[in-house]
Design a protein around this ligand. Structure first.
Ligand code: TRH
Length: 378
């Protein structure tokens, strides 16, 4: 019989928790032939990423994954062979008791948030004994061989390369979003939280010698964009504005697969959180990361850890330019001056994004690493 997996996702905020778990669940089914249930406590967030899904269903089959509403009044179910608790979301007490009582033992994994910090390798895969006698293992995604790797579907890089090599595919995709390409314009996507550095960046883009077309999926950054444009009414999908050399267009929030294509279509991608950050790396184009803020600014350590790794093989000028922009975007520095520095280093940064993607793509992906972890544990 196929091994069964239960993945638990509590949506804290935004789309990262469900984004990661839905992607993982799909891949475990499609590439490893597993029986996967995904327990989600906020189906509304799920439907944004998978628009054909229903917000009302208690249970539904989506792309081979059984997506179940995680109700607070938990109804007993038979636990799976492998249980993935995503991002330390506490499992229902009744479920944990059933895990402990199950005659065949259960592998219990806590899937952690992504970080490039050095300590991750030392903690990846470690068990922790729970009060009921069960062991829980900590599984850390990451960028190095000693970590759990990154989510990457088997044919992802091939699909991305084919798409990028096919101008008609790109044009067709952009047209389906209502985007009309401006001759010679640089194409940028923007997905970010509220960000006080936005105005400085947009000023620089508007004043640049080269034209820019900025595509902004609906989301939290729209308020800052509206303020920069000096408009009183909220922006809506399809709105297009021109300021100097910059054209801005608001896009709909699309499915995960279409969002990948948006990233592949652009010359530069501003992303946030965790999942879009990784997807932009698979797009093999230079990127800008708006990191999720954490208490006591611990997110800044994560930002620096990634920058250290990512810029390791860059010239000092390119490394300084990119790091300067990322820091400024995250609240520390002059974003306009940093952007101009990035433009000067563009060829090197573009080549590096390709190289980085290939290097990362040579490592074991996270879903395969989880499956292997289970096989080793048996
Ligand atoms: O939405 P995020 O900010 O999510 C998270 C959560 O806030 C989480 O609590 C936090 O801990 C984590 O960040 C670090 O960013 P993220 O991770 O990039 O998730 C966004 C998801 O939305 C991702 O799967 C891509 C998807 N997406 C679409 O499917 N369509 C779209 O149009 C866009 C813009 C995004």
């Amino acid at each position: 019989m196929r091994p069964s997996w239960d993945i638990f996702c509590s949506v804290v905020d935004n789309y990262g928790d469900i984004g990661v778990t839905w992607r993982l669940a799909r891949q475990l089914v499609a590439e490893h032939g597993l029986a996967v249930r995904l327990w989600v406590d906020d189906l509304g967030a799920f439907v944004r990423l998978c628009p054909q899904a229903s917000e009302e269903s208690e249970r539904q089959l989506q792309q081979g994954v059984e997506v179940c509403r995680w109700r607070r009044d938990w109804q007993p179910v038979e636990p799976a062979d492998v249980v993935v608790e995503a991002f330390a979301c506490t499992l229902p007490q009744g479920y944990v008791e059933a895990m402990a009582a199950r005659p065949r033992k259960v592998l219990w994994l806590n899937l952690e948030y992504l970080s490039a910090e050095v300590w991750v390798e030392g903690c990846h895969g470690l068990p922790s004994l729970q009060s009921n006698g069960l062991q829980k293992f900590f599984f850390f995604p990451g960028f190095t061989a000693g970590s759990g790797g990154l989510l990457r579907e088997r044919d992802l890089l091939f699909s991305r390369q084919s798409f990028q090599a096919d101008p008609q595919a790109r044009a067709g995709f952009l047209a389906s979003l209502g985007v009309r390409r401006l001759e010679g314009a640089r194409l940028i996507s923007l997905f970010a939280y509220e960000n006080s550095s936005l105005a400085g960046w947009l000023d620089a883009l508007a004043a640049d010698a080269c034209r820019t077309q900025l595509l902004v999926p609906e989301g939290r950054i729209l308020g800052d964009l509206q303020a920069w444009l000096g408009e009183s009414a909220a922006l809506a999908v399809g709105d297009r504005r021109q300021r100097g050399q910059l054209q801005v267009q608001v896009l709909p929030f699309v499915s995960q697969d279409r969002y990948d294509q948006l990233l592949w279509s652009c010359d530069f991608n501003a992303v946030r959180g965790e999942d879009s950050f990784v997807r932009a790396q698979w797009a093999a184009r230079p990127l800008l990361w708006h990191i999720y803020r954490q208490e006591e600014a611990v997110h800044l350590d994560k930002l620096e850890a990634f920058l250290t790794l990512y810029t390791r093989d860059l010239s000092s000028a390119a490394a300084a330019a990119l790091s300067g922009l990322w820091r400024a975007w995250n609240g520390e520095g002059d974003v306009a001056a940093s952007w101009r520095a990035v433009l000067r280093e563009w060829p090197e940064l573009a080549a590096h994004a390709e190289r980085w993607c290939l290097e990362q793509g040579a490592q074991t992906d996270l879903a395969a690493a989880l499956v292997q972890f289970y096989l080793n544990w048996l």
